[in-house]
Design a protein around this ligand. Sequence first.
Ligand SMILES: [Fe+2]
Ligand SMILES: [Fe+2]
Length: 587
Amino acid sequence: MKDIDSRFYRFQKLLSPDAHETLVSTPGLVDRLEHVLEDGADLPLVIDRSHLENLGLVGMSDIDDIVVKGGSGDDAMDNIPLPRSIGPHPIWDDAGACMISDRRTEVPPGPSPRPTPMIKLPPSGERVKASTGDLADIHRSVSETIKFGGGSSLRADHLSGPGGRPRPLAAEYEGDLRVIKDPTSSMGGKSKIDDFRTLFLDRYRTLRDILLLQYGAISPCQDIDDLRSSEEEVRFIGIVESIRTTKNGHRMVNIEDPTGSIRVLLSKNKRDTAALSIVNDEVIGIVGKFRSGDTRGGAIVFADAIYKVDIPIDHRRRLSDVRGLAAAFTSDIHIGSRMYLDKEWRRMIRWLRGEIDASLPGKDGTRVKYLVIAGDLVDGIGTYPDQDKDLLIKDIFKQYEALGESLSSLPDHIHVIMIPGNHDAVRIAEPQPPLPREFQDCFSNSHLHFLSNPAFFSIHGVHVAGYHGKSIDDLVTLFRDVTYENPIEGMKEMLRFRHFCPTYGMRNQISPEERDNLVIDDVPDIFVSGHVHRFGMDNYKGVQLIEGSAWQSQTPFQRLMNLKPQPGRMGIVELDLPNTMHAWELT
Ligand SMILES: [Fe+2]
Ligand SMILES: [Fe+2]
């Protein structure tokens, strides 16, 4: 509040002395005026007190006896008649200062509406006091749940306390965020051949342990060097070195472990092995018959069964023990881009404040305790050739400052978890470290968490894997079902391989480390990804999948490639209910 005037510079507005005095003396009025401007109110360059009165903003808090139409105060904001003019949309000039765009929506002729001050609003940002009742009891009464993808309203009716006053449920509980795995400590930035050997050895050992845990049929597991001819089947685990198709249509797979390598034949006539998709660098378990050749190189195993890591069939989604809390998942904000959807992003934040409805009622926004953003927080600079032509903000620090400014409108009770993507100010090779301190300093919220990419963490006991998703660029070439239109199939493949980037050496860059932190050793309950700017929700063997949309409209590159983004959406997950999530979008 120390500099009210500067908060309106981004709208190219100045405050008259009487308007300034009114804003200083009226709690919450600055926020409300900002929201009105964000919604496109057509106000002159200098705003004076009469404009605040005409908008119905002044005096509302004094009109205690005016009845709130339609119930709660959260809904009340929606009852303010919006100005007809969708005014200038703020954009930034090259120096990062705000200027007015020439993009305007034509205003149809007609009388200008005059908002009626008929609504009583709680001061913006004020936490509504909890009732003296037992929240757990209130939420225990929840009887209706809607499975993912459905429902326009959910559980919100249980959120109103006595007198119809909204109670931000998420404000009643402390955040419970725990990092399960942090790859930062093992990031060495080396790039020698030996480091890749170490990396793949770690991948092999971790996935081998998972296979042995999941499939008793592979035990006792032998080293490749110990395989000998016998009537008994051999059992071993190896990493796929190469795959080729024989002239008779069978697949010949070279498998290696730390002791040696061997050829494995997958017969086209064996139903169990013929249909399996296998890729280079994958770790698989093999049971089959060993036949020695004239030389060691001539030895071969005829596979009877192949075991893939995958997600165990008995995986049960962990549940929060707090009723009613939800988490929102999205991705790819791309602040700084000319195509960044500022108005939509800010309206989403208003939904989280419970001020507006979207495809879900605003009341549901007050149950959101966590906002998870899966990378590409900003558009970055130099990410692709001639990117500066597509940038409104050409200074990377100012891009993060703009994001920090928008997030400062979030309610204090929301914990924001952010991982980097390929547009962010970190190295491109995965795993990517969290945003460096100098960029974290661009943010002022108290509950921001900058994690690595990928990130493994839990929120109120529910395990989440967040991965930006750049490896989709490889997966679309490896699997027929994985496409840029349907990237969620790629997320399923990652889970099947228990690795975010199953095959090395394609388009996605991997940094050689002592540990392979792209291995999915912790089975998540929720897996969120992004990068493709599509939106989707699905479930794979009990893991809830969210492809996190974007906050950027179609870019020239996407138009060229015929890629159609689905921006402005989120997946909302009920943390205490299994397999229950909702598609969120503006209405
Ligand atoms: Fe992106
Ligand atoms: Fe990306």
